[in-house]
Design a protein around this ligand. Sequence first.
Ligand code: TXA
Ligand code: MG
Length: 378
Amino acid sequence: MTKSIFVSSIFLSTVFPCSKFMKTKLVELDPIKPDSQILKRAGKILKNGGLVAFPTETVYGLGANGLDEEAARKTYLAKGRPSDNPLIIHIAKLEDLSAITKNLPVAAEGLARHFWPGPFTMIFEKSELVPYGTTGGLETVAVRIPENEIARKLILAAGGYVSAPSANISGKPSPTNARHVIEDLAGKIEMVLDGGQVSIGIESTILDMTVTPPMILRPGRITKEMIEDVIGPVETAEPMSGKDDQIAPKAPGMKYRHYAPEGALQIVKGEPLQEVAAIKYLVHEKIAAGYKVGIIASDETFSFYTEGIIKNLGGRNDEEEIGRNLYRILREFNEEKVAYIYSESFPGQGFGEAIRNRLDKAAGQAYLSAGEFLTDNI
Ligand code: TXA
Ligand code: MG
């Protein structure tokens, strides 16, 4: 069954005084057998230069025609994103790759066979077909074939090339359900396809194929080990500290503060039980000073806390669960208007590396050492 409603934003005129008021259509779709009529309509919106948000297995994307410069301009405006930060073009069939790229490296084929469709993006030299508006002025283009059924059918209905950044306001946590998209983009885009909760919750791995050896620009569900099993050694780009904006980052998006909750997030590092003790101390102090405080805990430690707004990210070693919960929890803290958030640290192996990367970015690399707060008073 398909349900649709209209959502609009009364704040639109304050945020974008020049833009026209727009009604955003929210349509629920069956994630396994999505209604083809709806997809056709959504595809037509994209073909006509409009914006449609849609689910992928990683996060919700803000779709536009990837070959249309004007559609890219609208994407940047809706997200409030700087236009030097390029978009990923999503395709549905491997055959469509050659039209938008040049000089494809041999290794790309094996990687595509292993990881497409899926949470994996590769960067290649772009062909003339791809406008600079989509690539933020770069000679390269990022490409992904997503696995999500709604995403793939929408791409086909739209003509094959859909640019899609995460469907959030720039700087906010990426959306993992349609409600998050509405929170950020209602009144600014034509349609949101609601395919339910995403299954991964962390954006795709990005591998730059234009350098030798290829370089991971953003860690994700497809890990370094998985890539190396297919093509041998690859490198990983150094994470940007956020302070050194003089250095040109490998992925332009890396220089911007990302995934940030509104409250000040700090990660407390130490042995798990030390972390709990230190967080309890910090939370108690801040509450006594009159602040609202959030805690990011785990299955194993959740019940130790007695004060503050406590959120359970999942089992400490269950990266899949942590990945699905992270952005939702960061958004919930925004709704609850906490002033401070203290997070336990989480192991960073395999997919855990991607989770740690996002948590670090959300915290703006703010760490506290648990040992510093351990006194007899705790
Ligand atoms: O999982 C995902 O990748 C999601 C879903 C919707 O597919 N999309 C996504 O897009 O995360 P976005 O725009 O939020 O992040 C894309 C990142 C940005 O940091 C951007 O700078 C980088 O990819 N990027 C895109 N094209 C690039 C290029 N040609 N060279 C280097 N970095 C590029
Ligand atoms: Mg993003």
